[in-house]
Write a protein that binds this ligand. Structure first.
Ligand code: GLN
Ligand code: ZN
Length: 755
């Protein structure tokens, strides 16, 4: 191989806008403050700006169709006309080929967000990221056809700027694997059984793209990096033999990311596709045979973190790829959707930290630099040239330190707590936050902006705590909370007060639709310079004789919702955070707090995609939680809280957390958790949510009493707690007062019946 040009690309790019322009345009449109043409114009401006920026930075192979007004999985459902009838009725030209401009917006946003009369489609996490996609519904009768021209329109739009692009489509296998059966489908029906019909539409689309002069098409198949059955791998072969066998088509690139292809690689390699994208940040380089003759997009610049790439080491890796592949293209490990736009605006970050960081723009520059460097260096590395890198894994205080536990087994603790706390049967509590009013947000903004002094701000927070405590006493709750008025966000609040974290100003990442999060950056040894929550907990407890719960975020969740340094094993980083939380638990206890909740809603989120790695993960994640909480004495009651209905899948791990009380989502999932056979094995206190806080609806007393009766059929009465299914911060005071009042009545009525 000589010094021929090496191409560079990215698998995808952020689309919310560097200053969240799409968010603002969407919300203005939804609120009726702007019109559809305004929204469409913002979309066009963002696409154009992205292509021009990527081209200016030197990317030679530009992607298109990476933009979306809400979600690319939803876009794919629209593209294939997989629109459930109840939304279709909202109008829109779904039955015309190549509807313009784009799809009809009313059914699109109804599927995403619901309407007054229709619930939205389900939303769930996109693999192991914090991005959420809309889950399509596919049934035996779904009539697929090419119903939208978005991928084609974007090709034309870029061409008008003089730019050729590679349209990016969600691959047919991943699309179907991520879909759910239409309600009422036969029991054995799986969306994947509709593969051949879906392939007909992909074939039409590929023909149309070819007619547009498109050279390459990218088909994203991230589902292939998780465990797949033999049938599913057969579907992969079927799909790509079929699409690869089309007479006149663009060249096909199948993109895998978020891990290693493993068994799916030979399945793909035997088909006539021309290119494969592999994630070389999370996966190893496969052996030569699998990649021979193919164009390989070498995913060497991570799309999942914010760190600079080690260019020298990566260049060595790229040379090895060049040895085994037909052609090598330098790329990111996955779409850059999961990182912020650019560092330029982050002027408040310490220079030494900034130098270590790369957001999307900086990662693009790295891809281009690597491609240029690879082209300049002829010849191959050959075996042995790339010696094993010295391990970058440092050893640091706190990492993996075993947890000393001062706690007795649960039955002994339970007895000590019941003596100490003297709670009634079926104690009523809440998950932590109370409604976040506009005033509170304004006060936080004012103190951050220097328009309110610290003293005034603290009075404001205390006043809010007074109100929340008085309300709970009036309503008759048993274990009170302070309401979390001082917190903007359950992770950022802790990140701002722990050493080792930085909080970027504009580092927004899309979470779903118009929603973004701004993950803190964990870049150094984590430690707790001073107590974090003790001041407010002590204040709240001083106002009442009932126990007030101290409220902390768990180590796994803090790490899951941050960008984390990659030079230490994740478990060691989590161990450091666990140590800091342990210190906070001890200080809360010393301040007279006798119930402490450590939330771990993200426990399931860091779970590896491959089953073979899951047990080890759960083992250390549970260990970190226990380290964080086991400094407390027997009399101190430890609570934990987990959201999301998939809690059932990790029930055994939740039990292993060894918290005295676990509160979980349940109301929304129709008490599904309680119906789990394994629930009978659950050995500690459990509060299955009886009030769905995700909806403005107020549950009636009888309804709550029914849910309690269901729980009491499977759990012993002395272990059942009564609580909403999540924090109350998104609700209003009138809603929660009515709801909590009914919850307390239902608990009292049920208690009386227990005798
Ligand atoms: N304690 C937090 C709250 O009530 C828990 C939030 C969560 O579960 N995501 O807001
Ligand atoms: Zn929750």
């Amino acid at each position: 191989m000589t010094d021929s040009k090496i191409n560079s690309t990215v698998l995808g790019y952020p689309r919310i806008g560097p200053r969240r322009e799409l968010k603002h345009a969407l919300e203005a449109y939804w609120d009726g403050r702007s019109t559809l043409p305004d929204l469409l114009l913002t979309g066009e401006q963002l696409r154009v700006a992205t292509w021009q920026r990527l081209a200016a930075l030197g990317i030679t192979a530009l992607p298109s169709n990476t933009f979306s007004f809400y979600d690319h999985v939803l876009d794919t459902a629209i593209l294939l006309d997989a629109v459930p009838d109840r939304y279709r009725a909202l109008g829109g030209p779904h039955d015309t080929h190549f509807a313009a401009p784009y799809y009809a917006m009313a059914p699109y946003f109804a599927m995403a967000r619901g309407t007054d009369d229709l619930a939205p489609l389900r939303m769930t996490k996109w693999f192991d990221t914090n991005y959420h996609y809309i889950v399509p519904e596919i049934g035996p009768a779904t009539a697929f056809k090419l119903a939208d021209d978005k991928p084609i329109a974007e090709v034309r739009e870029a061409r008008a700027l003089g730019l050729r692009t590679r349209p990016v489509l969600l691959g047919p296998v991943t699309f179907l694997l991520l879909s759910q059966p239409t309600p009422g489908s036969p029991a054995r029906f799986t969306p994947l059984s509709r593969l051949e019909d879906v392939l007909d539409v992909y074939a039409d689309l590929l023909a149309a793209l070819r007619a547009e002069g498109v050279d390459w098409v990218q088909l994203d198949e991230p589902a292939l990096v998780a465990d797949r059955t033999g049938d599913e791998l057969a579907a992969v072969r079927l799909a790509y033999h079929r699409l690869g066998g089309l007479a006149d088509r663009p060249r096909l690139l199948v993109a895998s990311y978020f891990g290693e292809l493993a068994d799916a690689l030979p399945a793909l390699a035997e088909t006539p596709i021309e290119g494969i994208a592999i994630d070389l940040v999370r996966g190893r380089l496969p052996d030569a045979a699998a990649l021979a003759g193919k164009t390989v997009l070498a995913g060497v610049v991570s799309g999942r973190d914010v760190w600079r790439t080690d260019l020298r080491r990566t260049l060595g890796l790229l040379r090895r790829v060049r040895d085994v592949a037909g052609e090598v293209v330098v790329s990111t490990s996955c779409p850059l959707l999961h990182v912020p736009y650019d560092l330029a605006a982050e002027t408040d970050l310490e220079p030494a930290l900034r130098d270590r960081l790369a957001f999307a723009e900086e990662k693009v520059a790295e891809v281009v630099e690597l491609a240029d460097e690879l082209a300049r260096t002829t010849g191959t590395a050959g075996p042995g040239t790339i010696t094993a890198e010295p391990s970058r894994v440092a050893s640091e205080p706190g990492s993996g330190r075993p947890g000393r536990s001062s706690r007795s087994p649960y039955p002994i603790r339970a007895a000590a707590q019941s003596q100490h706390l003297r709670l009634p049967a079926l104690p009523v509590t809440t998950i932590g936050s109370f409604p976040q009013t506009g005033e509170l947000r304004a006060a936080r903004a004012a103190v951050a902006g220097g328009r309110m002094d610290q003293e005034q701000y603290e009075r404001r927070i205390e006043a809010e705590i007074d109100r929340v405590i008085r309300l709970q006493e009036r309503l008759g709750l048993d274990v009170l909370v302070h309401g979390e008025p001082e917190r903007n966000d359950m992770v950022q609040y802790f990140a701002e007060q722990l050493d080792g974290f930085a909080t970027p100003r504009y580092g927004w990442v899309q979470s779903y639709g118009s929603r973004c999060t701004r993950p803190p950056i964990l870049h150094d040894t984590v430690s707790r310079p001073a107590p974090i929550t003790v001041r407010w907990a002590r204040y709240a407890q001083s106002l009442t004789s009932k126990p007030v719960k101290g409220m902390l975020t768990g180590p796994v969740t803090i790490v899951a919702w941050s960008f984390v340094r990659d030079d230490l094993p994740l478990r060691d980083v989590v161990g450091q955070v666990a140590e800091a939380i342990r210190e906070e638990v001890t200080d809360l206890e010393a301040a007279g707090i006798s119930v402490i909740q450590v939330d771990e809603p993200a426990l399931r989120e860091l779970m590896p995609l491959r089953r073979s790695a899951q047990a080890e993960y759960l083992d250390w994640a549970v260990g970190a939680y226990r380290h964080a909480t086991s400094g407390a004495g027997d009399r101190t009651q430890i609570h934990t809280h987990l959201c999301y209905s998939e809690t059932a899948e990790v029930l055994a791990a939740i039990d292993a957390l060894d918290a005295d009380v676990t509160t979980v989502e349940s109301a929304r999932s129709g008490a599904r958790l309680i119906a789990e056979p394994a629930i009978k094995e659950f050995g500690r206190g459990l509060g299955p949510g009886v009030y769905d806080i995700h909806s403005p609806r107020v549950p009636g007393t009888a309804e709550v009493a029914d849910l309690l009766a269901t729980a009491l059929r499977v759990l012993p009465a002395d272990r059942v707690w009564v609580n909403p299914d999540c924090g109350l911060k998104t609700r209003t005071y009138p809603q929660i007062e009515a709801a909590l009042s009914n919850v307390v009545s239902a608990a009292r009525r049920t208690r009386a019946a227990l005798g």
